[in-house]
Design a binder for this molecule. Structure first.
Ligand code: GBH
Length: 489
């Protein structure tokens, strides 16, 4: 069968994690239930004009109430792990300035226990974009070093209540996207945009993304220190961070464009991973930004050197990177000094880098999976890696019904080709330990609201009924085929 020839699953470790991914704001709903505090995304999505279809995550796909039904879907897929995030505002409605919400703790306890009952390992993120609004209002959240104390306090509570059963911890989901979209383009909360960026109305300083990132890096370190010093010995789990990772292909073979692609990586991915793993910001960032880049104090350097146990990679797409130092570029993504002087473009001579999709940033370029994994392997000494997200989005149509979506051949082709590319990286020595499909269900796709569907299962957004798509059956077969290989080995 086709799976065998293209996928080479035999090269995947036998204890490989197969899972689906989700996040609290996109899935849970129940935004006011059982003592939950308001999050920055609750506030943001309720402001007119922020979400494409005027929707919000008040109900989302009601995972808060339907998690048992959703666990049955996972059991049917045969996954051995589930990636989800804990809603900070559900656990600590007012951050460290109020009480622990025991009803929130109880909810996640039930979810975790139900997962373990089915032999599914919880893979939990402490934050996936949503944070208590209280932190914004008190001190400007990521812009203030005070947030480090809040994050440390919150992480400690999660380890204390859940760490006896959760063995995979993620501090942040895509802090690079939070810094860029929250503080440069301003399209995510707290809607702060830099003066030189598009039609920005707030005109904040160019430095804000770097300040926010700096505080996220130090917050990550605070959580890792807490885990290592108070919990690791007893609980025996591991802790990492999840980065959005794009493969940047040099626009031409020139050394200028190759350096541009390096800069693109440095200003997006290595921006966080270099400090966390090597104790300093990437050289290109230091050269170009100079004093615009915050410094790590001596004692902070030893703190961040605690590093991480694994790198989570959310990989979907590739772009070209074109040099803008030696040649002049028009305005565009990547071009400014604070982005690293490269032009990010999906097109060359009118041809896209991969098949276009309904999602404006998503191009089907499976080779990018191999290349980004090998890049991270080489740069970070083959630190254990997980593909924490990979998936395909399609456009929701008006007056559509479930039958318009269940034959999702394109999604199957996408995942099959990206997994084949991942298999090649594993065969070439990449220490990849798991793969999570984004996503278990169609859900609230941030500023796109419910207009984009990423699920292996269709959700009728009126009735919230779940229906498996072809991709769910395909993923199920893939997992069971891998199981049969490892048990016969
Ligand atoms: C991930 O975000 C999220 O973790 C997940 O919650 C989300 O639902 C899923 O992927 C699908 O979108 O912004 O043009 O500079 C990915 C969102 C896509 C934002 C890639 C940053 C980089 C290109 N990101 N994007 S661009």
């Amino acid at each position: 069968r086709g799976l065998k020839s293209s996928l080479q699953l035999a090269d995947f470790p036998s204890n490989f994690l197969y899972g689906t991914a989700s996040s609290s704001y996109q899935f849970e709903g129940a935004f006011l239930s059982d003592g939950k505090g308001l999050s920055n995304w609750d506030i943001f999505s309720h402001e007119a004009g922020n979400i494409l279809d005027g929707s919000n995550g008040d109900i989302a796909v009601d995972h808060y109430h339907r998690y048992l039904e959703d666990l049955d879907l996972m059991e049917d897929l045969g996954v051995n792990s589930y990636r989800f995030s804990i809603s900070w505002a559900r656990v600590l409605p007012k951050g460290r300035f109020g009480n622990v919400n025991m009803a929130g703790i109880k909810h996640y306890n039930k979810l975790i226990d139900a997962l373990l009952d089915k032999g599914i390992s919880p893979f939990a993120s402490l934050t996936h974009y949503d944070i208590p609004q209280e932190l914004e209002e008190r001190y400007g959240a990521w812009l203030s070093p005070k947030v480090q104390d809040d994050f440390r306090y919150y992480a400690d509570i999660c380890f204390k209540y859940f760490g006896d059963r959760v063995k995979y911890w993620v501090t942040f989901n895509e802090p690079n996207v939070v810094a860029i979209r929250g503080y440069r383009s301003g399209i995510y909360p707290p809607s702060r945009c830099s003066a030189s960026f598009g039609n920005c109305s707030t005109g904040n300083s160019e430095e804000e993304p770097f300040i926010a990132a700096h505080n996220m890096i130090l917050s990550h370190a605070a959580a890792v220190r807490t885990y290592r010093t108070k919990y690791k010995e007893k609980q025996g789990g591991s802790i990492g961070i999840v980065m959005n990772a794009i493969w940047f292909e040099p626009f031409t073979n020139s050394s200028e464009d190759k350096l541009a692609a390096e800069r693109a990586q440095s200003f997006f991915l290595n921006w966080f991973l270099d400090p966390i793993i090597c104790g300093r910001y990437p050289a290109e960032m230091q050269q170009i930004l100079g004093s615009q880049l915050p410094n790590f104090q001596r004692q902070e350097v030893s703190e961040i050197k605690l590093g991480l146990d694994f790198i989570g990679i959310n990989h979907y797409t590739s772009f070209y990177a074109k040099d803008c130092i030696y040649s002049t570029c028009e305005q565009g993504p990547g071009v400014s000094r604070s982005e690293g002087y490269y032009l990010r473009t999906a097109f060359k001579d009118g041809v896209p880098i991969g098949e276009t999709t309904a999602v404006d940033w998503l191009y089907v370029h499976p080779q990018g999976m191999y290349k980004i994994v090998m890049y991270i392997k080489d740069r970070y000494n083959n630190t254990p890696m997980f593909i924490t997200e990979n998936g395909y989005g399609e456009l929701n149509k008006l007056n559509s019904s479930v039958k318009d979506f269940i034959k999702d051949y394109r999604r199957v082709e996408y995942m099959n080709s990206y997994l084949a590319s991942l298999a090649l990286a594993i065969r070439n020595g990449a220490n990849v330990r798991g793969y999570f499909a984004w996503s278990l269900l169609d859900n609230f796709e941030w500023t796109s609201g419910y207009t984009i569907r990423f699920g292996l299962h269709h959700v009728d957004f009126a009735t919230l009924e779940r229906t498996p798509k072809l991709s769910a059956d395909w993923f199920k077969q893939l997992i069971s085929y891998h199981r049969s290989l490892s048990s016969s080995a």
